[in-house]
Design a protein around this ligand. Structure first.
Ligand SMILES: Cc1ncc(COP(=O)(O)O)c(C=O)c1O
Length: 315
């Protein structure tokens, strides 16, 4: 399957889009079986640093459906270092599918109260784990930090070798690490970043700061930050978004979108195009993966649930 594909956004029952608009998707979701999308790129320099340290364990943080925890557990399944996952909140007697997979892959789970979790490296759970495994390497939540952003900067440069002639690239943000790396790479003319979080207005300046740390020369690189496309909040769906995704899935049977990130950026772009407010003709949407996240939703609310069993197995 080609790495870059054209999307059909002329949805049934909707106004036809201006013919000038073209949206292509970079299928990051098809890269790396164990750590698709941005996951491998955020992890790679951390894993190298852990090797240099001679770490026996790799610790990190995430929620019970976290794409990041899923990727860390799967990536370390056949490595010498053991994954130690600090999970936000109480562990339910029935583990989520994400955590069940992590355990099958040999990861150790440590529940953390929300309060302790917020303290990150200063939390009690981290102290206990570090006491037990003194040679542990800690990866920040979501694979963040400067090393995570550096990996994403490498990724953007790699994408740019094939993605020629786009007016804009678009990307979803959680921690903003991926966006910082892309901005630092100076690989695209205009970068639009869509936050999946509610109330993330402040994040734009953090992304720019992180990008400048990686590459001081990137200060004048344009980034447009969108903080109003969360559809009610992180992991929430509006009925309009679900309706859009159902129609999208019918017209684009080869493309599946995740439930939290890329789906919301695409919907925001689509709405701006319908309103004639999208300023670019040729847009590249970066698919950052996260398909396993659908396991946190009922099958009937997943517009892509009729995909083949083989596809589901590759989550
Ligand atoms: C699938 C997916 N896309 C996008 C993001 C956002 O990436 P970042 O946290 O680097 O902003 C995440 C979070 O890591 C994610 O899991």
């Amino acid at each position: 399957m080609p790495q870059i594909q054209a999307l059909n956004l002329n949805l049934k029952d909707a106004l036809p889009l201006n013919k000038e608009y073209q949206v292509h998707v970079y299928r990051g979701d098809l890269e790396h079986v164990s750590a698709p999308g941005n996951k491998w790129h955020k992890l790679k320099h951390h894993l190298q640093a852990a090797k240099v340290q001679g770490a026996t364990h790799i610790g990190t943080f995430g929620g019970p459906f976290s794409n990041h925890l899923d990727a860390v557990a799967a990536t370390l399944a056949d490595q010498n270092e053991q994954a130690v996952l600090v999970v936000r909140g109480e562990l339910q007697p029935d583990l989520t599918p994400t955590l069940q997979d992590a355990v099958k892959q040999g990861a150790e789970l440590w529940p953390s109260t929300r309060q302790d979790y917020r303290l990150a490296m200063k939390g009690e759970v981290v102290k206990q784990i570090t006491h037990r495994y003194p040679n542990i390497y800690w990866v920040p939540e979501g694979g963040g930090g400067a090393l995570g952003a550096k990996g994403c900067s490498d990724w953007a440069k790699q994408i740019a070798t094939n993605a020629v002639g786009y007016d804009a690239w678009t990307l979803a943000a959680g921690t903003g690490t991926t966006a910082a790396g892309f901005l630092a790479s100076q690989s695209c003319q205009n970068l639009h970043v869509f936050s999946a979080l509610k109330g993330a207005q402040q994040q734009a300046s953090e992304i720019v700061e992180m990008a400048k740390m990686l590459n001081p020369a990137c200060q004048n690189q344009p980034m447009v930050f969108h903080s109003d496309c969360h559809q009610g909040g992180y992991a929430k769906h509006s009925p309009e978004l679900i309706s859009f995704l159902h129609k999208f899935a019918q017209l684009n049977p080869d493309v599946t979108l995740d439930p939290v990130y890329t789906c919301k950026s695409l919907y925001a772009i689509y709405q701006a195009m319908l309103a004639g407010r999208w300023p670019h003709q040729k847009t590249l949407l970066i698919h950052t993966g996260g398909m396993q996240g659908w396991r946190g939703y009922a099958d009937e609310s997943n517009p892509f649930s009729n995909m083949s069993t083989d596809d589901k197995m590759s989550f």
